[in-house]
Ligand binder design. Structure first.
Ligand code: FAD
Ligand code: NAD
Length: 468
């Protein structure tokens, strides 16, 4: 039986990063992945393919809506070739997942393709994909088995017309009318893809705003932008049935007054969150504790109740984000190696890759109010930037929340072009506990979208933004 210092179960961003860091720290490491490609949800059916589809559909939208204004004329009709779009997306996925295989080889990590399940706290049975079985011994195990789409109890996901994000990345035709249940990240990103490609898109959201966990100002501005793109929104609606009839899907929901509303489409994307995934893992055999929502329970060192078993990523508490999983993978590897790493969860940014992009870090206004912290607000509109006008991407703003007495930045919330990249400046500033004035006094290249960060910081410092 092969013995390892560390066995990692699951090869998503939590698992593969943990494995690399363990190997870097000199530990003999194995990674077990049930699918034939590495990279987990993120690389195969999540972050990477969804961004590939967002980019392709964005190019198409630009071509049909904006090229003429830029003075670019394309003779003949511009058409979508969905098959080619999806095949390009798959090419990106394949290249990226092969890259992870390369990294495993480079770091001398043994890869087992098969389903891992605990035999006991130090042994893992692997049902290999070639039908054979193997058991390995591991001094430490990192559970990184991720998540799967969740659904509502009355919905039958037929995966043809009543679908999750996984199928939405593989459709054979452009829906005529896509009904999206859940106005969160997946619903809005993939809803926008199909809206751009020509579908009618109707979002049904249970809460009274979209992206309800983000700052309310962002919800409002994103909805305004997406309404301009003709996405339809139904907030405060409680879906109560989803029925497939031939090629039609009929969704019934109660609005906030209790009136039943019927939506008829040809596809329904169910994007109401994801659930931790531990099927087949047999954690009971190792005595690992789970909570009532199926998450593996961990302490601040991401250690389970069994001292040599750790867990990271979507399978534990916290935001279901690839970069959060990666930080946790690194943290656990370093803890096993005897180091004392730390993650500041408050500084893990959240991004929605719609256009305009939405990005945030730190506390929202709602959270600061609830905590009774007095704060100042500096907000700057993108449309006041020369760069935004040059690119014709004028929607959005940057909002900086700073402590009223110390001026320390407590939260940054932005929506607009390239915000997914801009948010890093806010993370860096907050990591070093910058004040709004610190950022206001830093030079920002002109003309760039980053000038909105400086201007919002100026506005927060002394209400002295320069360009409004
Ligand atoms: P996962 O990536 O889910 O990987 C878990 C792996 O474990 C899987 O490969 C699974 O097959 C394997 N596994 C499970 N059980 C076993 C077992 N018993 N034996 C062997 N292998 C097993 N996050 C972002 O930060 N940015 C984004 O832009 C973004 N976009 C997304 C878009 C979509 C459509 C979706 C669905 C998700 C997106 N996410 C995004 C979320 C992100 O994908 C997850 O947060 C991230 O993948 C979690 O990483 P993980 O390592 O915890 O688990
Ligand atoms: P989500 O939690 O972002 O959004 C789910 C939405 O569905 C919420 O707005 C919620 O209020 C709504 N909802 C819940 N029950 C409902 C009901 N019965 N009827 C109508 N609406 C209902 O979840 P998601 O969009 O499915 O994404 C899952 C996870 O994947 C998220 O945690 C997210 O972090 C991750 N993800 C991240 C990115 C990114 O970082 N850009 C992209 C995609 C997915």
């Amino acid at each position: 039986m092969t013995e390892y210092d560390v066995a990692v179960i699951g090869s998503g961003p939590g698992g593969y990063v943990a494995a690399i860091r363990c190997a870097q720290l000199g530990m003999k490491t194995a990674i077990i992945e049930k699918y034939s490609t590495l990279g987990g949800t993120c690389l195969n059916v999540g972050c990477i393919p969804s961004k590939a589809m967002l980019d392709s559909s964005h190019h198409y939208e630009d071509a049909i809506k904006h090229f003429q204004e830029h003075g670019i004329e394309i003779p003949g009709e511009i058409k979508v070739n969905l098959k080619q779009m999806i095949s390009r997306k798959q090419g990106v996925v394949d290249m990226t997942t092969k890259g992870i295989q390369f990294l495993m080889d480079k770091n001398k990590i043994d890869v087992y393709e098969g389903v891992g399940s605990f035999k006991d706290a130090t042994h893992i049975d692997i049902a290999l994909s070639d039908g054979k079985k193997e058991t390995i011994a591991a001094k430490n195990t990192i559970i990184a088995t991720g998540s799967k789409p969740s659904t509502l109890p009355f919905i039958t996901l037929d995966k043809e017309r009543v679908i999750t994000s996984t199928e939405a990345l593989e459709l054979k035709e452009i829906p005529k009318h896509m009904i999206v249940i859940g106005g969160g990240v997946i619903g809005l990103e993939l809803g926008q893809v199909y809206k751009r490609l020509g579908s009618e898109v109707t979002v049904i959201e249970y809460m009274d705003r979209i992206i309800p966990t983000m700052d309310a100002g962002l919800s409002k501005e994103l909805m305004k932008s997406m309404k301009k793109q003709k996405v339809k929104f139904n907030l405060s609606h409680k879906v109560k049935s989803v029925e497939r009839k031939g090629d039609e899907v009929i969704v019934k929901a109660d609005d906030k007054k209790g009136k039943e509303i019927t939506f008829t489409g040809d596809y329904c994307l169910v994007s109401v969150g994801r659930r931790p995934y531990t099927d087949g893992l047999n954690v009971e055999a190792a005595g690992v504790e789970m909570d009532d929502r199926g998450k593996i329970v961990v302490n601040e060192h991401l250690q389970t109740n069994i001292p040599n078993i750790y867990a990271v990523g979507d399978v534990i508490r916290g935001a279901m984000l690839a970069h959060k999983a990666e930080e946790e993978g690194t943290l656990v590897a370093e803890i096993i190696a005897g180091q004392k790493p730390h993650i500041d969860y408050n500084l893990i940014p959240g991004v929605v890759y719609t256009w305009p992009e939405v990005a945030a870090v730190g506390k929202t206004e709602e959270e600061l109010k609830e905590a009774g912290i007095t704060y100042k607000v500096g907000q700057f509109p993108m449309r006041a930037l020369g760069r935004a006008r040059a690119s014709m991407d004028v929607d959005g703003f940057v909002k900086i929340l700073a402590d009223a007495s110390t001026d320390e930045i407590l939260g940054v919330h932005m929506i607009g072009a390239r915000c997914a990249d801009l948010i890093s400046e806010a993370v860096t500033a907050m990591e070093f506990r910058a004040s709004a004035e610190d950022v206001a006094r830093m030079s920002h290249a002109h003309p760039t979208y980053s000038e909105a960060v400086k201007e919002a910081a100026l506005a927060a410092t002394e209400d002295r933004a320069l360009h409004v």
